[in-house]
Design a protein. Structure first.
Length: 338
């Protein structure tokens, strides 16, 4: 199939683009490069062993998005594009609603006009809110605690409503937990702008000397070692989940499917630090800080539905995630070149 990958130059999008090509699909990257680097493109092409078509489009621009889809002869869309920093979303909520919801509306409108009837949507475990029981299952009610999370809740609802209105539309909602890791080659990986919001890239930047210490926000949670526990998922396993979901919705008649993508096994902050210390070969400086408002003790998936319906499960361990992240970060201490 010919697949439009929105946000295809980003962390998850770039890894998924490679796996789509490896699976025999023709992947077309669309990105506005507001949060990604153009220097990822030659690396992707080298890994893919072929040129990759790239279109520079702001998907909140409805006319430009319509032109893109009209001339693309696409069979499906995988939609990663959007803003994703929780803290920034609290500071700039209108930007998050405009970009995240606006891009989805533009894409769906263009898809409807030009006969593209399959979409895989990059959702998030944040839609389960702050009080969900663990392990989290797909039938839990959705909620959110910040504007970023609400954009995911709202985009899921928009996609459901669109599928009701158009019986030919097939939608996959992929709720994933904490993507980490990097391509085994070390040539592509996660390159957040500014101070990382997530634990793994922060640890990696401390390990390579870009930052002076790792802050542990709270060591008095009701967990085995007192630190928060999360479901970390290797980005390569996550990318494989997108390919599996794309194949699955191609074989169903219509409607919306929802799958968790996670390992089902939580890892604590201290466990992650220990694993990364083994990967990089030295202990990392840490400092315990007060809990952050809104943080919860545990968040992890029940991924059994994805295994049953997609034949997918995560296979890579925390040690593999840390080793691949360190290979990427140590080879690219400042991330991608500008």
């Amino acid at each position: 199939m010919r697949i439009l990958v929105s946000g295809g130059a980003g962390f998850i999008g770039s890894h998924t683009t490679l796996q789509l090509i490896a699976a025999g699909h023709d992947a077309v990257v669309v990105d506005d490069f507001s949060r990604s680097k153009r220097s990822v493109l030659p690396r992707l092409e080298a890994l893919a062993g072929r040129p990759i078509e790239v279109r520079v489009v702001d998907l909140t621009d409805r006319a430009a998005t319509d032109e893109l889809v009209a001339g693309g002869s696409f069979d499906a869309v995988i939609h990663f594009a959007g803003l994703k920093a929780v803290g920034e979303s609290v500071e700039k909520p209108l930007d998050y609603y405009r970009v995240n919801i606006g891009s989805t509306l533009s894409l769906l409108s263009a898809m409807g006009r030009h006969g593209v009837a399959r979409i895989v949507f990059s959702s998030s475990a944040t839609v389960y809110g702050a009080d969900a029981a663990v392990p989290m299952k797909e039938d839990l009610p959705t909620s959110a605690t910040n504007p970023y999370g609400w954009t995911k809740v709202m985009q899921e609802q928009i996609l459901r409503d669109a599928a009701v209105a158009d019986p030919t539309l097939r939608v996959a909602l992929l709720r994933y937990f904490n993507p980490v890791g990097a391509h085994a080659s070390g040539t592509i990986g996660e390159d957040p702008s500014g101070i990382p919001n997530n634990l793994m890239p922060l640890i990696a930047q401390v390990a390579v000397g870009r930052r002076d210490r790792v802050l542990i926000y709270g060591d008095d949670y009701p967990t085995p070692d007192g630190t928060g526990r999360r479901d970390y998922l290797h980005v390569e396993d996550l990318a494989a989940g997108h390919v599996a979901a794309l194949d699955r919705i191609g074989s169903v008649a219509a409607g919306v499917s929802t799958w968790n993508l996670g390992t089902g096994t939580p890892t604590s902050v201290k466990e992650m630090l220990d694993s990364f210390s083994r990967a990089c070969g030295h202990e990392l400086p840490v400092e315990v800080a007060p809990r952050r408002p809104g943080d919860i003790a545990e968040s992890y998936a029940d991924p059994s539905l994805a295994e049953a319906e997609l034949g997918w499960r995560a296979t890579r361990t925390i040690d593999q995630m840390c080793a691949d992240t360190w290979r990427w970060q140590s080879s690219n201490p400042d991330g991608y070149p500008d």
